[in-house]
Design a protein around this ligand. Structure first.
Ligand code: SAH
Ligand code: SF4
Length: 392
């Protein structure tokens, strides 16, 4: 009996335990599940509310930006993309502007830690195009419908202010219906003024990061964030259409850095915004750093479009490098510009800012055709136009 009783007792105890345990788990899990779902819902809906607020007010507080970057979901990203695309359509319709880039020199005295053209990279075949080569690239481009030429290079001291001015003047004389964009780095106010007087219309100089501490971690000591920002302000004051921008996911970048970028761009109001994922280059100190996020790049494009509806935002080559259809997705997220390469094919693989850059083997006409098809496949059309910034 005793033994039986004990057995019964044990059994009773066990069944109690089991029931209690089940009840406990049930009681514990129910509110936990309920809470977590509620929490998720609150976070999600509040991210959507932030996106709505951005759409309406064209800005967010620093904490709100940080929340968005830290907690956005795929659903939030697509929500922002849809709104951003509608905004872009309302300003630029289904038009996509193209710019032909001429990468005329890969010589650079700077040592940006991320860039394959940095002076410290001895494993690169340096080249320069001469003025006639550059003109030939523009002629080719004009034939294929380009009405903006972007001259980009390292900060090559061989190209003096006079030379740059002469090249700009030659292009403007031969192609008066075209815009010239320069992307040749940090210069003095006087230099920028001279280029502008020679006819340059636009200038691309990514700020890279609006956070000074972060900037220091990406550049050598000879470069300063203060000077970068001074350049951007000088360019604005001279009446250029100015492009700034960032690499998404550069080493040491945090959500706070991205928040600083958004706040900076909201105040600076650039006419153009260059956004691409950071991609490592194997001959730089950042060779082992992870790539930037494709999704965050698309999200940033959408947020920038919502904040600055008239901005000219390219779907960058880096975006097309990280994902085969990245440029199409960039346009669907709110971008409205594509910048195919017009450099001679012989030098293209020498202008390697990062590894595996796309389109290094295609001729200018192939690039042009390829972009046209890609845009058509998503319902957009490449237009023959200077594609200036629209002031609404
Ligand atoms: N020398 C000029 C223009 C050439 S570099 C300048 O620095 O402004 C153009 C842009 O390429 C840079 O602003 C940078 O944002 C981008 N870039 C350089 N290295 C890169 C990398 N590893 N991954 C992604 N983008 C990079
Ligand atoms: Fe030179 Fe521009 Fe590359 Fe810096 S990012 S090393 S300035 S080419």
């Amino acid at each position: 009996m005793k033994a039986f009783g004990t057995e019964v007792e044990v059994w009773l105890l066990c069944s109690c335990c089991v029931r209690n345990a089940v009840a406990l788990v049930f009681l514990y899990r129910l509110p936990w599940k309920y809470n977590s779902e509620m929490k998720e819902e609150i976070v999600m809906s509040s991210n959507k509310q932030l996106i709505d607020k951005l759409h309406e007010k064209k800005g967010l507080t620093k904490d709100e930006w940080i929340q968005l970057f830290e907690s956005y979901t795929e659903e939030d990203r697509l929500y922002a993309a849809e709104k951003a695309r509608a905004v872009a359509d309302s300003v630029y319709g289904k038009d996509v502007y193209i710019r032909g880039i001429v990468e005329f020199s890969n010589v650079c005295p700077n040592n940006c830690l991320y860039c394959g053209l940095r002076a410290g990279n001895k494993n690169i075949d340096r080249y320069r195009l001469d003025e006639d080569d550059i003109m030939e690239c523009c002629r080719d481009g004009y034939k294929y419908g380009f009405r903006t030429f972007v001259l980009q290079s390292g900060e090559d001291p061989h190209f003096t202010t006079e030379m740059i001015c002469r090249i700009v003047k030659r292009i403007k004389e031969e192609f008066p219906d075209c815009a010239v964009t320069l992307s040749i780095g940090e210069k003095s106010y006087e230099d920028y003024k001279a280029y502008r007087d020679a006819g340059a219309d636009r200038y691309l100089l990514r700020h890279e990061t609006a956070n000074e501490e972060h900037y220091k971690k990406l550049h050598s000591e000879s470069m300063s964030w203060q000077n970068r920002i001074r350049c951007l302000r000088d360019l604005k004051s001279l009446g250029y259409q100015v492009g700034c921008g960032v690499m998404i996911g550069s080493p040491y970048q945090t959500s706070e850095c991205l928040a600083d970028d958004m706040i900076f761009m909201g105040e600076f109001k650039p006419e153009m915004i260059g956004l691409g994922p950071f991609l490592p280059h194997s001959d730089t100190p950042f060779r082992d750093e992870p790539k930037g996020s494709y999704e965050t790049t698309l999200f940033m494009i959408s947020l920038c479009r919502l904040m600055l509806p008239e901005a000219l935002i390219p779907a960058t080559t880096a975006l097309g490098t990280i994902r085969g259809n990245g440029r199409e997705q960039g346009v669907l997220a709110g971008a409205n510009v594509i910048m195919p390469n017009l450099s001679p094919v012989q030098v293209r693989d020498k202008y390697m800012l990062y590894d595996n850059k796309i389109c290094t083997g295609d001729s200018s006409s192939e690039c042009r055709g390829c972009i046209e098809n890609r845009m058509e496949s998503i319902g957009y059309k490449v237009v023959i136009s200077r594609g200036d910034h629209k002031k609404l």
